[in-house]
Design a protein around this ligand. Sequence first.
Ligand code: DHB
Ligand code: FE
Length: 310
Amino acid sequence: MAKIIAGISSSHVPAIGAAIDNKQTEEPYWKRVFSGFEKSKRWMAETKPDVVIAIYNDHASAFSVEMIPTFALGTAAEFPPADEGWGPRPVPVVKGHPELASHIATSAILGGFDLTICNKMEVDHGLTVPLNLMFGSPKEWPCPVIPLAVNVVQYPPPTGQRCYDLGKAIRRAVDSYPEDLKVVVFGTGGMSHQISGPRAGLINEKFDKAFLDGLTKNPKALAKMPHIEYMREAGAEGIEMVMWLVMRGALDDKVKEVYRFYTVPASNTAVGHIILENAGKSAKPAARKKVGARKAAVRKSGKKAARKAA
Ligand code: DHB
Ligand code: FE
């Protein structure tokens, strides 16, 4: 069976993509940002997911302001990088997983969670920057990625609770997919930032760090936070953080926080990042062996008990 083994979240600041594309990653300003993802890249290389489901938002690239789906699932075989005004980013085409994506669409929609199905879609910095942060800059992305775009651009975006519940619907879908696949869910965007208006440049470190704490330890309460609180505390674009709740909803109630990183600023944004593993489903091969050994011991003692009982 397919299994969600972990979730990660990270900001998607477009200037991070530009720093990579323009080979500025060694400059002190950017080194500070990229150094926070070194451990994450190692974790990813060890974990080797078979599929990533990436919850992200489109910034009027694939969808113009004429048509804005609330939740749009990418079911295509390929998702080319979008032209965001300077030509498409020089990153690999994102390869999808049409079979698992169709299964998620069927499971979610027939289960009462309507999604828009996208058989053709380009992806912007909202998706490609987190892929760079977690995978570096390979010639090809190392695994298929299913994009799921959430509207956080045009009022009204979905509530945190709805996003959390979408995570649960994704979990049910993945759990019922018959093929053995290791799945990692990305939640992207945030953290606090406001790009325009009198509060442009707003950063709220205290709020962001409490959000990270809540995400790990008390997601059910965090999911109840109303939009107005994101806006007031984390700035207008801070609303992107509802997407992190989709990732969290797809994990167990109890998770192991394996890594966290926070730095201010990158461009206008507080960069936050977290890796959460499902307890008992550690991504690390050694830990998995241990679980296997424990199971064998239980089976053994069970046989002994059975022999005794006979
Ligand atoms: C910035 C951050 C974003 O999330 C975005 O989509 C665009 C710009 C910024 O910090 O400049
Ligand atoms: Fe954004």
